[in-house]
Design a protein around this ligand. Structure first.
Ligand code: DAH
Length: 337
């Protein structure tokens, strides 16, 4: 009798549990079968009345039934609970994804990359030197007389009597020649510092690219050819340019290169101070005195050098009228490039 009941109740439970739809229904089933006055405990009451011979086998199947019901109940309960968690998170799988923001190269880096690519295609390698520089490299070996106005406190950040924050990238020329025998052909980019009032036109820190080529028979014509080729590749083929005589202690003769103003195209405006021209770089033939400092034979070798500001170069190319925007990290500016 009891044996049949156990079978019957197993079948009932299986069909009850199949149709359960939510956690409340599940709880009702638990109470019906496992509750204090539930079906299972009433079967245990009946077991007491069974004969001693029958008791062990019946007790065993009753225990099996109780365990099966408990296990089924628990596993269905966890399933319902994790479904509930999902409802809490409220994931809408049909929504479009959020795009990850990626950075981009700063316009100065892009400009320098472009300058490097052009000069590398003409056989120049890239060389770098320190930003904290001795007076010797920044001035003396570049043929600056001891009383030259560029050493003045107004332009130079002095660290102490002997060391400065380099005011230009020209000292890297000296380091390059000291460590390499001719021929040398390299550009030397880097940060430079000037103790000047910050304004739309000048900043206390900016970037330059230096260039140097030393070999036997290097001529001024080659210097012009190289710089014109650079300027046309960088600013465009229809570029108009001119070379003006100038002075730098480390070059003789010295020149500056101008291109037509990006704004008025040569007509004359505020940006070019009505001249129609804008200076893009300084250059010249390496002064024989500089060769003496680095131990090059100035009877055998000649060379040319040039230097340009990277901010200035970018400003001219893209028509930017305030140098400070390069360092403010305003995304509205940076995103334009
Ligand atoms: N060092 C110069 C400056 O900061 C730029 C310069 C001019 C570099 C002529 C050169 C050069 O190598 O030949 O203004």
């Amino acid at each position: 009798m009891l044996e049949e009941k156990i079978k019957q109740i197993t079948d009932d439970f299986n069909s009850d549990i199949k149709s359960v739809e939510d956690i409340q229904k599940l709880e009702e089933i638990r109470i019906k079968y496992l509750g204090r006055n539930g079906v299972v405990s009433s079967l245990f009451d009946e077991l007491k009345k069974a004969s001693n011979e029958e008791k062990p086998a019946l007790g065993k199947s009753l225990n099996l039934l109780r365990n099966k019901i408990t296990e089924d109940f628990n596993s269905i309960k966890t399933r319902f609970e994790s479904l509930d968690d999902l409802k809490e998170i409220k994931i809408d799988l049909t929504l479009p994804g959020t795009r990850r923001q990626i950075g981009s190269k700063h316009i100065l880096t892009q400009t320098l990359d472009e300058i490097k690519t052009i000069f590398q295609s003409m056989g120049f390698s890239v060389y770098e030197g320190p930003e904290l520089e001795s007076d010797y490299y920044n001035f003396e070996a570049l043929n600056f007389a001891p009383d030259h106005p560029a050493r003045d406190m107004q332009d130079t950040f002095f660290i102490n009597k002997d060391f400065v924050l380099r005011t230009h990238t020209s000292p890297v020329q000296i380091r390059l020649m000291e460590s390499h025998k001719p021929p040398v052909r390299a550009i030397m980019p880097g940060r430079v510092y000037r103790n000047e009032a910050v304004s739309a036109r000048s900043y206390c820190m900016f970037h330059q690219v230096e260039g140097l080529y030393v070999d036997t028979d290097v001529t001024f014509a080659e210097l012009k050819g190289t710089l014109v080729s650079f300027a046309k590749q960088f600013y465009g083929d229809d570029l108009k340019y001119r070379f003006r005589t100038s002075f730098f202690p480390f070059t003789e003769p010295s020149a500056e290169m101008d291109i037509t103003c990006f704004l008025c195209h040569g007509g004359g405006c505020k940006v070019c101070k009505q001249t129609g021209w804008l200076e893009i770089l300084g250059c010249g033939m390496v002064d024989p005195n500089v060769f003496k400092y680095v131990g090059y034979d100035s009877e055998k070798y000649t060379g040319y050098a040039f230097g340009m500001g990277i901010e200035r170069t970018a400003m001219l190319k893209y028509g930017i009228d305030d140098i400070r925007v390069f360092f403010e990290n305003d995304l509205r500016f940076l995103k334009q490039f």
